[in-house]
Design a protein around this ligand. Structure first.
Ligand SMILES: Cc1cc2nc3c(=O)[nH]c(=O)nc-3n(C[C@H](O)[C@H](O)[C@H](O)COP(=O)(O)OP(=O)(O)OC[C@H]3O[C@@H](n4cnc5c(N)ncnc54)[C@H](O)[C@@H]3O)c2cc1C
Length: 393
């Protein structure tokens, strides 16, 4: 078993690690950087998986994230064990690597439905480019698609597949799509956008089972017995942070299932080890020190940058207000800053029906989140009000 030392070890091949590598070099860090990635592909952007890549307007090359030449990238390689005291990891290629500083950014894994019929062919989940490749190939000859789940994965996939000529139904537990994150008002708007392009939205219902003849799915059966034709299913029912390695290493796991870190994104009790992206459950200065965990690309980017600075000794807190964007084909787009888990009032500005509007989410009159659709409103103002606990007047 060979053994070596690197200055900066980046565990996980997602956007958080990739941005950290870029930011280290932008800061003129001269130390060695090793990025270890389990997937076949080097780091890439995931958002196109439900948008341009699925729709055929973006290629794999478009999704790839450019890294400085002198960053060593090991793809198809897993970190099998992490010893935060000895500051070493063991890789699946049997190498042992000692690190000066390390980033743990192992991301998230899709949650899988546990109901009858899940083994049938034609049921897809979307996390990696390879998942999209299988879906694209499988979708070529099908007519009717059911998207299970009313969050952005289900809604974006539904929009893109409709653009590809499929007849799509979205089935969700909540009354309105995206309601859980953005409220009923925005949810109704999303429903109208989808319905306006021929997508059937079936809310307030649970999927009971999948049925097929032979090996392939043919129907989605809902609680209560209603059956929807489905030649293909896309399930977008959430993710769980991938903390397998962290747990094995004895790191503290938080109530939201992520790896606990302080405001500087330092993993609790592990010298020189940072966390970022979907697994990071940290004390957020922008939320009065509340512990949050966020699953969005720009948030992972911002955290990757903060970690790079701190690997070089800045001792900086991660003060960013998390940002999220979503596109429903080229029909509608919106941005959101927050996140608000709860709020007691919403203030609408602009034209909801016309798709250019802002929704302010308030608790006790203070701004806790803001959603801007169709380029309406000022996201930077939203961020500033959230961070300062400001009011609208
Ligand atoms: C289909 C899809 C669409 C999305 N669309 C949007 C969007 O429109 N807007 C938005 O803001 N966000 C979107 N997101 C969310 C965003 O992509 C994620 O928040 C972001 O990718 C998180 O980055 P990360 O680096 O934390 O983790 P990931 O991107 O999950 O990367 C972690 C990587 O680490 C690897 N890994 C895990 N364990 C190990 C190990 N032990 N050794 C080596 N490697 C390991 C994993 O295989 C994975 O490749 C989307 C996500 C998906 C899946």
């Amino acid at each position: 078993m060979s053994s070596r030392r690197v200055d900066h070890l980046l565990i996980g091949g997602g956007i958080a690690s990739a941005t950290c590598a870029q930011a280290l070099r932008e800061a003129d860090a001269t130390g060695s950087i090793l990025l270890v990635a389990r997937e076949l592909d080097p780091p890439y952007h995931r958002p196109p998986i439900t948008k341009g890549y699925l729709g055929g307007t973006e290629t794999k090359d478009d999704t790839l994230i450019e890294l400085p030449d002198d960053v060593e990238v090991l793809t198809r390689t897993s970190v099998m064990a992490l010893d935060p005291v000895a500051k070493t990891v063991t890789l699946s290629n049997k190498e042992t690597v000692e690190y000066g500083t390390a980033l743990l950014a192992t991301g998230a894994m899709v949650r899988r439905l546990q109901i009858d019929g899940v083994h049938l062919d034609g049921i897809h989940y979307l996390r990696a480019l390879g998942n999209a490749d299988s879906l694209i190939e499988d979708a070529e000859t099908v007519e009717s698609v059911v998207c299970v789940g009313g969050s952005y994965i289900g809604c974006e996939s539904a929009a893109t597949l409709t653009m590809l000529g499929k007849r799509v139904t979205v089935v969700l537990l909540e009354e309105e799509p995206m309601e859980r994150a953005f409220g009923v008002q925005v949810g109704q708007w999303v429903r109208d956008v989808l319905a306006g392009h021929g997508i059937q939205v079936v809310g307030n219902v649970e999927v009971e089972r999948f049925e097929g003849e032979g090996e392939r799915v043919q129907r989605v059966v809902l609680a209560g017995g209603r059956a929807l034709d489905a030649d293909l299913v896309v399930a977008g029912v959430g993710v769980t942070p991938d903390v397998m390695l962290a747990r094995k290493a004895g790191l503290e796991i938080g109530e939201r299932g992520g790896v606990r870190a302080d405001a500087q994104l330092r993993a609790h009790g592990a010298d020189g080890l940072y966390v970022a992206g979907d697994i990071a459950e940290y004390d957020s200065p922008a939320h009065g020190g509340a512990v949050i965990r966020v699953e969005h690309e720009e948030h992972a980017v911002a955290q990757g940058r903060t970690v790079a600075r701190n690997m070089l000794g800045a001792g900086a807190e991660h003060t960013d207000v998390p940002y999220f964007f979503s596109d429903l084909a080229d029909w509608a787009s919106f941005e959101y800053v927050g996140p608000a888990l709860a709020w007691d009032d919403e203030v609408l500005e602009g034209d909801l029906a016309g798709g250019a509007f802002t929704v302010w989410y308030l608790t006790d009159g203070k701004v806790v989140a803001m959603l801007s659709a169709g380029g309406h409103g000022d996201i930077e103002r939203g961020k500033a009000l959230i961070a300062s606990g400001g009011t609208l007047d």
